[in-house]
Design a protein around this ligand. Structure first.
Ligand SMILES: Nc1ncnc2c1ncn2[C@@H]1O[C@H](COP(=O)(O)OP(=O)(O)OP(=O)(O)O)[C@@H](O)[C@H]1O
Ligand SMILES: [Mg+2]
Length: 381
């Protein structure tokens, strides 16, 4: 509690001792009420400030920072928080998100923060190999198992024993490999190709995909039982266009890195160029942003990276920008509402009317999209 001492004994000594006892302020009688009011108001302001400082400090403490990983947006902070939480467990994690959003970076982060961080970390890109090769790649084989198998080979599962295995692009697995993988996950043992005897393995599985596995299951391309095995915990990395704060923060990071790699001093990016990039939808996400900026760093000649250094598709996208409502004669809340309406309608249409998915693509909670749909009278399509 804060208090002000009012006293008839206006000596320096009483003032000092009152303050020492914790009084915020000290007044001598007779008290001018206007002065008292002013002092009280000051006191309240001070208290308010103290609370504000505490709030900000708490929020800073809450912020997760990982070196080299940009996460300015609320949604990415949430992703990092989730990653940190699951890292401590041995739970299987499915990381979803469009191409180039940073799924692999999140997988690396989980591994680096896990108890298994000093054990093997093996990554397999399931899309990179044809079915037959992928099987021996994952599970290994014994000598003579097939033509060309001149000696035993361990396979990635065994290499990862005691550690972590990242199954990247898991949505690309062929049905027969899916069956074997399911068995490995359920029984915690693998069978090398050409060998009957199973071998026990202790592997923590991380999986990543840019496909909608639910959709794949529905279409009969992905085993439902395997899907339920791997989606114990799902972390969705939102597309870059839904986290503009990250675009703004990534630009200087990437320019600095690309400049260092090219051996030239980093140049600033002009306001206009930044504005254009902020408006571009980035179908290729962070990877596309990196390519665009690397190119600009290398080819640009001015003392700044300018609009002319950006590719045609970025410059063109801004010229039309069909999603921007005309601001003439309208209030900011009206404009925001219109943008929200449109974004929600579009996301719902793209998600085939599935609210959870639309919410995910907008980087908001399902509860929030429900609320806004009701508020704006939007019917699911
Ligand atoms: N939060 C981030 N901060 C800085 N750089 C990032 C971040 N996320 C991703 N990147 C960079 O963007 C590029 C793409 O990331 P990554 O390979 O993890 O994406 P992905 O989702 O696995 O893509 P794909 O589906 O194409 O495999 C990489 O160069 C990565 O270093
Ligand atoms: Mg990847």
């Amino acid at each position: 509690m804060d208090f002000i001492v009012v006293t008839a004994y206006g000596s320096v000594e009483t003032a000092v001792s009152a303050m020492r006892e914790g009084a915020e302020d000290f007044l001598t009688k007779p008290v001018d009420l206007a002065v008292l009011e002013l002092r009280i108001r000051k006191l309240l302001e001070k208290r308010e400030l103290r609370h504000e400082v505490r709030r900000l400090r708490d929020r800073l403490k809450d912020r997760i920072d990982v070196e080299g990983l940009v996460a300015e947006s609320k949604t990415m902070q949430e992703v990092l928080r989730m990653a940190a939480r699951v890292a401590a467990t041995d739970s299987t994690v499915l990381i979803t998100g469009e191409s180039g959003t940073g799924k692999e970076r999140i997988a690396d982060l989980i591994q680096a923060r896990s108890r298994r961080r000093d054990r093997p970390y093996v990554r397999v890109n399931c899309a990179a190999l044809p079915e037959t090769l992928l099987e021996t790649e994952l599970f290994g084989h014994v000598k003579g198992a097939f033509t060309g198998a001149h000696r035993d080979r361990d396979g990635r599962f065994l290499e990862a024993d005691g550690g972590t295995l990242l199954l990247d692009e898991i949505g690309e697995l062929a049905p027969s490999t899916q069956a074997k993988l399911l068995r490995a996950l359920q029984e915690k043992e693998i069978v090398r190709v050409g060998e009957g005897r199973p071998i026990r393995v202790d592997v923590r599985i991380l999986a990543a995909t840019n496909r909608d596995l639910e959709e794949e299951v529905r279409a009969g391309r992905f085993r439902e039982d395997l899907y339920y095995r791997i989606q114990v915990i799902t972390i969705h990395v939102p597309p870059l266009r839904n986290r503009r704060e990250d675009i703004a923060a990534l630009i200087p990071e990437i320019v600095a890195r690309a400049s260092a790699e090219a051996g030239i001093p980093p140049r600033p990016v002009s306001r206009e160029a930044v504005d254009l990039l902020l408006r571009y939808p980035f179908p290729g996400n962070i990877r596309e942003l990196s390519n665009i900026l690397e190119r600009a760093v290398i080819l640009g000649t001015g003392d700044q990276i300018r609009v002319e250094d950006l590719p045609e598709r970025v410059r063109g996208a801004a010229a039309e920008d069909p999603s921007a409502p005309d601001p003439a004669g309208r209030t900011l809340p009206e404009l925001v509402e219109e943008l929200e309406r449109r974004a929600i309608r579009r996301a719902l249409a793209e998600a085939g009317g599935i609210k959870a998915r639309a919410a995910r693509s907008l980087g908001i909670a399902e509860r929030v999209i429900r609320y806004k749909m009701k508020k704006y009278g939007i019917e699911p399509t």
